[in-house]
Every structure is written in structure tokens, then in C-alpha cells.
Design a protein around this ligand. Structure first.
Ligand code: C2O
Ligand code: CU
Ligand code: CU
Length: 537
């Protein structure tokens, strides 16, 4: 099988970055006041699934020749069904954890990294103490015990570290895994035809080592962008598929890269699920925009293709609307070898710009017959949140994601571990409308450009619904390239907010009081402080 060709890097002198401790970035304030006493096992909690996850640094074989130093989660089943835990072979990605609604789960997290960490369960509706807030970070050799019941709809969720200022490098190093709440349906592909695809970009040096933010200082402003695609924590470019129907659970696990997914044979993408599980009915799209942190489930049938047919999941090129002023790359389009931002600064080269086009993964149809299924017409209604009953139907809470003082901020504020502003407090058992605005930033660039780029907005602790998008402030060429690729139906926990765009969402605060995060899921932006607390009181 030919190797997947992302954009081949042609520069010289990539700096090798040992994963630790040089990947640990500057320390941010408020880091060492961790909350003691939380994270202990409760003897009254009776789990029917108990798993141990240990974060470690390891050398694994990704490429021929030298092994690659990564971070990874080792896993061990302590109680429960073996099928609930699936480790990935020769991959840096953590195990796939499979649970059922109503199940009681205990996870014993042991930190063996030489720096602090904590695990966040992205998309899960669980209590504040279980959510992996950075206030709960633990040091090396410490443990944190999570105990929660699965309240979420069946769907594709995930877990990753969340220590403030270090989430980017830790996820980049390899710490992440899928967390699947299984459905009990027999009208959807299952077993080997239910396939996860975690998409991430990386840079490797000549000795197969990961390189993180070694290029120009502007790299941290845009977020890390690699030049090499990894699927499920492996460099493999292709897999064989049976003549049958597949359900692909796709997670954009990249630090900051956005994908414009499409099939190479021109067939529309058939979407069946979003962040929070199945849609009410399947949806067909010519392409799909997937920002960091977002998941989508795609239905694809290979049964009519002759053996040997190759069908590739691609990321098409698009104008992301990224404008970093100094770099003057406004309007720059993906064209394979473009975007050597770091190189232009005379430093170690960075990756390829957001919006470059490339092949992600190729499916090669085999001779083996598989299970063929017909696409259900619907999956069951999704009740819209009642906007008329919201506490602020005509006056949404506003959150401006913008750039100021050489920082990415939310409403002029940066992250503080314990701070909750008045405008970040909501009441339990209420529905609210929030409006997110991508306001860009003042003329920081040498050419007077506004600093702006898309931000993947994520809210912890719940699934929300998107009410509408107002693209009237989005540059026309940017909107034209992406407008057909948004799935705003169904339940979401993360969505893309384009430069100049306004998006209104409806959220319902139920079951749990306490502090939860909302932030940009561009992990470099998040680490830089584009994150805030909201509190349910
Ligand atoms: Cu997946 Cu707070 O994030
Ligand atoms: Cu999250
Ligand atoms: Cu951002």
C-alpha cells in the first residue's frame, strides 16, 4: 500500500524536540493551587465498569528505524466486560472506552508524566468534580479517581488532558482516546464495520521524533499546524474494507487544524451523527467542515464497488480566513507546498497552513462480502430546546472571541483557574441563549491587518443546540468556501466560529451545579488563556 502523502516537508534543519520537559511551555499563574481531597474513591459507589488509565512517556514504533517518544495512556480493566476497553496497537492514542447509558464507571487515573495532568471527558454530562477542570491537576505519582454515571445519549465522545497551559503539548504528545456510548440499534453497521477515524496532524524530525512549536513565534498564535497526517495515532495511509456498509466515527483530534472532508469519488457525505449522537435523520452534504474537538458520524456503502476500488477521504483546500497581520497570509489558499511560515522567519519550519488540501485516508475495496445495510430514513426525533422559555430569549449572553494585547481573549479576559465573572453565572434548571462573536482584533499586524481566524468554540458539561449563524460579517470568499459544510442540527458541544461570524446557541443547565469551562478548542489558544469558567448556581 502506498504511503499517504500529506505535504512532504522539504526543508532542512528541523529542531528535535524531546517530548519532556521541553514541551512543557511557560507556567501560567494559578497553576499550583490544586484542590486537595477531590478524586478519592467513594466506597458507596458501585461501578460496573472500572478502568485504570496511566499517563506515561513511551517509545513506540510508528516508522521504520528509530522509535518515537510519545505520551500515551496505558489501560487496564479492573472490573467489567473486556469489550469495554480496546487498546490500539502501535499507536500513541489511548484506548477506546465503550460504555452504555446508565452504566456506572470508575476510572483510576495515575499520572506518570514528569509534569502535572488531569483527564477531561469531552462532551459528557457529569458533575463538576469529575470534569477534569485544571484546578484538579495531579502531579507525577499521584492519582485521581473519577466516578460517574453515563447520562449522555449514545454517541462518540472523547477524553484528553486538561492541565492549564499544557493541554496542547500533552494532547500533541499522544494523550487522547475515544469514549463511545454504544447504542442498541440493529439498523446501523456494527463490529468491524463500525470504524473510528481520529484525525491529527503532526511534524516529525529526521529521527522520527515529534516536533512541537519549534518554528516561528507566530506558530503559537495560529496554533500548531503539522505537515504529516496521522489516523488513529498511526501513520498508515489506507485500510481494506469489505463490500458492505460502514459507520465511520470521525474525531478531529488535531490541536488547531480544520478539515474540509469530502469523498474522492464525488459522492456526497452521508452524515448520521454529530458531537452528541445520532441526528434526527441522515443528512447529505457535498463536504463537511470539522474543527478541532468536533465529531461526526459518516455512513458509507462500499458494496457496489468492484474489488480494488480505492476511495479516499480527503480534506479539500479552503480559505480559512486566517490573518496574522505580520505574516500577511490573508487569503492564502492551500496549495500543497504553501505556508512555510516558520521558514520565512528564518527558524525551524512549521507545518502547512490551515486550509491546505490533502488526502486523509484511503479505503481499498476487497473481494470479501460484508454486511450491507440500507440507510434508515430517520433515527428518531430530537426535541428542540424551548427558546421561548429561555431566561433571555431576546438578549443573548454575549461572548466575544478576539485578539488584544498579543493574546487571544474572551470578552477581554484571559483564564484564571477560579475566577467566574458575574456574566458567567447561570441558574440551575434554566435555558439560556448564548451568542458567540468572532470579533477578530485591532490592527496588530505590520500591514495593519486585523488578527483573526476561526475559533472552535467548546462548552463543557453539556450538549447544546445551535440556533443560527449570522455570516454577514464573514469575508465573502471565506464563507463561500465553507458555507455548505456545517452541520448545525442535532446536539453539539463544539462548533466552528468563523472570522466575523456570530452564532447563537441554546443551552439547558441541568443536574449539576458548579464551575465548568468554555473555551476555544484550538489547543494553543486554550493554553494561551482563551478559556473561561462559567458557574451553574
Ligand atoms: Cu476537549 Cu475543554 O476540552
Ligand atoms: Cu470538553
Ligand atoms: Cu481560538
Amino acid at each position: 500500500m502506498h504511503r499517504k502523502e500529506f505535504i512532504k516537508f522539504s526543508g532542512v534543519g528541523v529542531l528535535a524536540a524531546a517530548l519532556s520537559p521541553s514541551l512543557a511551555l511557560c507556567n501560567f499563574s494559578g497553576q499550583n493551587r490544586s484542590v486537595k481531597g477531590a478524586g478519592k474513591a467513594n466506597p458507596d459507589f458501585m461501578p460496573n465498569l472500572e478502568i485504570e488509565l496511566t499517563s506515561v512517556q513511551r517509545d513506540i514504533e510508528l516508522f521504520p528505524g528509530q522509535k518515537t517518544t510519545v505520551f500515551t495512556y496505558l489501560s487496564r480493566m479492573l472490573r467489567g466486560d473486556d469489550s469495554s476497553l480496546q487498546a490500539l496497537q502501535n499507536s500513541y492514542l489511548g484506548p477506546i472506552i465503550k460504555v452504555k447509558q446508565g452504566q456506572k464507571v470508575r476510572v483510576i487515573f495515575k499520572n506518570q508524566l514528569s509534569e502535572e495532568s488531569i483527564i477531561h471527558w469531552h462532551g459528557l454530562h457529569i458533575p463538576h468534580e469529575m470534569d477534569g477542570h485544571p484546578m484538579y491537576v495531579i502531579d507525577r505519582d499521584e492519582e485521581f479517581v473519577y466516578e460517574f454515571e453515563i447520562n449522555n445519549r449514545p454517541g462518540t465522545y472523547w477524553f484528553h488532558p486538561h492541565p492549564h497551559g499544557k493541554t496542547g503539548p500533552q494532547v500533541y504528545g499522544g494523550l487522547a482516546g475515544l469514549f463511545i456510548v454504544e447504542d442498541q440499534r440493529d439498523d446501523l453497521p456494527s463490529a468491524d464495520q463500525d470504524v473510528p477515524l481520529v484525525i491529527q496532524d503532526r511534524i516529525f524530525d529526521d529521527s522520527n521524533q515529534l516536533v512541537y512549536l519549534q518554528g516561528s513565534p507566530m506558530e503559537r498564535m495560529t496554533g500548531f499546524l503539522g505537515n504529516h497526517l496521522m489516523i488513529n495515532g498511526r501513520p498508515d495511509a489506507a485500510m481494506n474494507v469489505v463490500k458492505g456498509t460502514y459507520r465511520f466515527r470521525i474525531l478531529n483530534g488535531s490541536n488547531s487544524r480544520i478539515y474540509k472532508l469530502a469523498w474522492s469519488d464525488g459522492e456526497h457525505l452521508t452524515l448520521i451523527g454529530t458531537d452528541g449522537g445520532l441526528l434526527a435523520a441522515p443528512l447529505k452534504k457535498p463536504y463537511l467542515m470539522l474543527g478541532p474537538g468536533e465529531r461526526v458520524e459518516v455512513w458509507r456503502d462500499f458494496s457496489e464497488h468492484p474489488a480494488g476500488t480505492e476511495i479516499t477521504l480527503q480534506s479539500l483546500s479552503f480559505n480559512s480566513g486566517t490573518s496574522m497581520g505580520m505574516m500577511g497570509n490573508r487569503g492564502m489558499r492551500g496549495r500543497g507546498m504553501g505556508g512555510m511560515m516558520g521558514g520565512a522567519m528564518g527558524q525551524a519550519p512549521a507545518g502547512v497552513e490551515n486550509g491546505a488540501g490533502f488526502d486523509l485516508f484511503t479505503f481499498v475495496v476487497s473481494n470479501t462480502a460484508g454486511q450491507k445495510m440500507s440507510l434508515p430514513a430517520e433515527f428518531g426525533p430530537i426535541k428542540p430546546l424551548n427558546i421561548a422559555e429561555a431566561v433571555n430569549p431576546n438578549a443573548p449572553r454575549q461572548f466575544n472571541f478576539h485578539f488584544q494585547r498579543m493574546q487571544w481573549l474572551i470578552n477581554g479576559k484571559t483564564f484564571d483557574t477560579y475566577e467566574v465573572a458575574d456574566w458567567e453565572k447561570v441558574k440551575l434548571n434554566t435555558t439560556e441563549i448564548w451568542e458567540f462573536v468572532n470579533g477578530g482584533g485591532g490592527g496588530m499586524g505590520m500591514m495593519g491587518n486585523r488578527m483573526q481566524m476561526p475559533h472552535p468554540v467548546h462548552v463543557h458539561g453539556l450538549q447544546f443546540q445551535i440556533i443560527d449563524r449570522d455570516p454577514s460579517g464573514v469575508p465573502a470568499d471565506v464563507w463561500r468556501d465553507m458555507q455548505e459544510g456545517f452541520v448545525d442540527q442535532g446536539w453539539q458541544d463544539t462548533f466552528l466560529l468563523l472570522p466575523g461570524e456570530r452564532v447563537r446557541i441554546a443551552l439547558r443547565f441541568e443536574d449539576f451545579k458548579g464551575i465548568f469551562l468554555y473555551h476555544c478548542h484550538n489547543l494553543e489558544h486554550e493554553d494561551m488563556g482563551m478559556m473561561r469558567n462559567y458557574e451553574v448556581i
